[in-house]
Design a protein around this ligand. Structure first.
Ligand SMILES: [Cu+2]
Length: 134
């Protein structure tokens, strides 16, 4: 109880600060998120998929992010040990990031992404679920 009251007070204080300083950019790494362009792929080798990195505040795609970690496994279907290799491939447009991988089994695959955004401290850590279909 004490903790949540404190958190609420802190949130109010932060909001007050933001309002008191208009025109100042409060960019935060939490304002960025990856979204899947398409939620499904076909089962098989060399399947390509694309994510878009968005700045949630502006709604704009963010180019030139450095993706330093990827993992694709079947954790959502209780097969975390079922891991497949992810290879980056050229993307069609700025702010999009494309990969290819072998989806050997039907079901839900979890894509974990770690990324650095130009000019921001911290990292974007997102987990997205891609469904492989026959
Ligand atoms: Cu599996």
């Amino acid at each position: 109880m004490k903790t949540s009251t404190f958190a609420r007070a802190a949130a109010v204080a932060l909001t007050g600060f933001a309002v008191a300083a208009p025109g100042t950019a409060f960019a935060d790494i939490k304002d960025y998120e990856f979204q899947l362009v398409a939620p499904t792929v076909q089962v098989g080798p060399d399947r390509e998929f694309t994510v878009r990195l968005l700045n949630k505040k502006t709604g704009k795609p963010v180019p030139d992010a450095v993706i330093f970690a990827t993992r694709l496994d079947m954790a959502p279907d209780a097969m975390e040990e079922m891991v497949t290799k992810v290879v980056a491939v050229p993307a069609a447009e700025p702010g999009s990031y494309s990969f290819k991988a072998r989806f050997s089994m039907e079901g839900r695959w979890q894509l974990s992404l770690g990324a650095k955004v130009q000019g921001e401290t911290g990292t974007v850590d997102n987990k997205l679920v891609i469904t492989a279909q026959k």
